[in-house]
Ligand binder design. Structure first.
Ligand code: BG6
Length: 519
């Protein structure tokens, strides 16, 4: 990759927060280390907390030391830290934004950033609207310009959560699009910055042998698992309002689903790729409210041990009411009504406090039409051919198949062909997702960001489920009853109800045997 030519000024709103310290600053520093940032790269951190430039630099350094992929190189740090500044202010106060604008303009001249600005909203969502308004009000944005003008380029990166349901996502979109053009808005989903997620497209469309069998003629069903071993820790305040469906399914899991199920784009550019993702989201069969009960399982973790850590019952977590019915686990049977997938269910599941932290996509192929070796196959239910795309950890791909065990009798053993990233591309951990996404936003490539229609469609599907849940809860309340969610013990693969969801179709979940793909 080449260093960015044009100087850019980045303003990070919410710069005193966790995301900035853990992810954004270490990612930017690592880009600087690889010589990928422009000369005179300038960052202004903006947040309510009062810091001097020096204090902010110290905070940034701490973040890099603690969370960066490697230690500090003093030479790189020196140049990088000279471009870090801080401005404190309120997110809804015009005066604070005027002070910010004055500083931005000063750097545009002094540091040569010449009006090229990227605004990163790493704040709670309640202030997205006021920040985006005030940026424009104080003259810091190009007011809906779509191409580079004499005044430079102006882009806006919006962190998650982008809305809470369909209505709020639409409202936020309308608000933003009153001020900015769609191609100035970069809605982030950090899963798209992961190498293994981008590789889904390369694997499917860069090879000749997979695409012809990637359809209902050969595939029995698809499973997408995003399991986390930790509980919610001290994020109770946020998480209890959100739950697994909103926190993980609406965004990350929908993206994994869309990339796995979409049609080939005509080119690997932002619009063709996003058009195809939108098409497949549109083809998801909408759920009627009674179908939500039979196609979706929500559950909550009970106490247990995961990854050697004691985890309390969800309702005993900090900032969670004891009566909470928030989902910490969701399994969803998705049907896709198009020529490629008709009749091939996609089973999506995600949860906190599960047996391991592991994300993978399993493409389960149909069995041979005639079981020639029926009496020597150990488990007739077990599919012979499964293609596993391991997203994380131990990134890799595995294809399993049956083979004859050497010997005079016909005995069959399950074997696999495997590719591990670490074997082929070195042991260096892949760049953090934020590195790639920040770089793309800086150069104006929106392929890996979410378009308006995409986010609204994903919300539309998810809101059908939350609406069904809401009605269920309201009906119970009317009878003075309380909904009881299925429970699963922390450190397990989820509730029995999710197993039943697949058992009804004569299938079962493929739980990664161990976190390592290879063994
Ligand atoms: C975030 C969610 O978007 O993704 C978290 O808010 C979750 O709850 C995280 O833990 C998972 O990301 P990753 O990259 O660790 O799989």
């Amino acid at each position: 990759m080449k260093r960015i030519e044009e100087p850019v000024l980045l303003v990070v709103f919410g710069a005193s927060g966790d995301l900035s310290k853990r992810k954004l600053i270490p990612a930017l520093y690592h880009l600087a280390y690889q010589n990928l940032l422009p000369h005179n790269f300038t960052l202004i951190g903006f947040a309510r907390t009062k810091y001097s430039d020096e204090e902010f630099r110290a905070l940034a350094r701490e973040g890099i030391e603690e969370y960066g992929p490697q230690g500090i190189d003093e030479h790189v740090w020196h140049a990088f830290s000279q471009g870090l500044y801080y401005q404190s202010g309120n997110y809804d106060d015009e005066k604070s934004f005027q002070a910010l604008a004055a500083r931005v303009k000063q750097f545009d001249t002094e540091r040569g950033t010449a009006g090229n600005h990227l605004y990163y909203l790493a704040t709670p969502p309640e202030v997205f609207a006021s920040i985006s308004t005030l940026i424009a009000q104080v003259g810091l944005c190009g007011m809906g310009e779509t191409t580079k003008s004499e005044n430079g380029t102006h882009r806006l990166v919006i962190e998650k959560p982008f809305g809470h349901d369909l209505e709020s996502a639409r409202k936020l979109n309308e608000h933003l699009l009153n001020i900015y053009a769609e191609d100035q808005i970069y809605r982030i989903d950090h899963y798209l910055g992961k190498e293994t997620v981008q590789n889904i497209l390369v694997f499917r469309f860069g090879n000749g042998i997979f695409e012809p069998i990637w359809n209902r003629n050969y595939i029995d069903h698809v499973q997408i698992t995003v399991a986390e071993s930790l509980g919610i820790g001290d994020r109770g305040g946020y998480y209890n309002q959100s739950g697994a469906l909103r926190d993980m399914v609406q965004n990350h899991m929908m993206q994994l689903f869309a990339l796995t199920a979409m049609e080939p784009p005509v080119s690997f550019d932002a619009e063709p790729v996003r058009d195809q993702k939108v098409n497949v989201l549109r083809s998801m069969r909408p759920l009627e409210s009674d179908a939500a009960a039979s196609s979706v399982v929500r559950a909550q973790y009970g106490s247990g041990v995961s990854d050697g850590r004691e985890i309390p019952d969800y309702t005993q977590e900090k900032n969670v009411p004891t009566t909470s019915v928030t989902d910490t686990y969701v399994a969803w049977r998705v049907e896709v009504d198009n020529w490629r997938w008709k009749g091939v269910p996609f089973y999506l599941r995600t949860g906190k406090a599960m047996a391991a932290k592991v994300s993978e996509i399993n493409i389960v192929f149909k069995k041979p039409p005639m079981l020639l070796f029926k009496n020597v196959v150990k488990d007739e239910r077990a599919p012979s051919n499964v293609l596993t795309l391991r997203i994380q950890p131990d990134e890799g791909i595995r294809l399993s198949f049956d083979a004859k065990r050497p010997g005079p009798a016909v005995n069959i053993g399950r074997v696999a062909m495997e590719f591990m990233y670490s074997d082929h591309f070195g042991k260096q951990p892949a760049a953090d997702a934020y590195e790639r996404l920040l770089l793309d936003a800086l150069v104006g490539d929106s392929t890996l960001f979410i378009r308006r229609d995409e986010t609204e469609l994903a919300w539309e599907r998810v809101t059908q489920i939350t609406e069904a849940w809401r009605l269920e809860e309201a009906a119970a309340k009317k009878k003075s009853k309380q909904i009881k969610l299925p429970k699963y013990a922390a450190g397990t693969w989820g509730p029995n109800e999710a197993d039943e969801l697949l058992a009804r179709d004569g299938r079962y979940w493929r739980n990664p045997q161990s976190v390592s793909l290879a063994r």
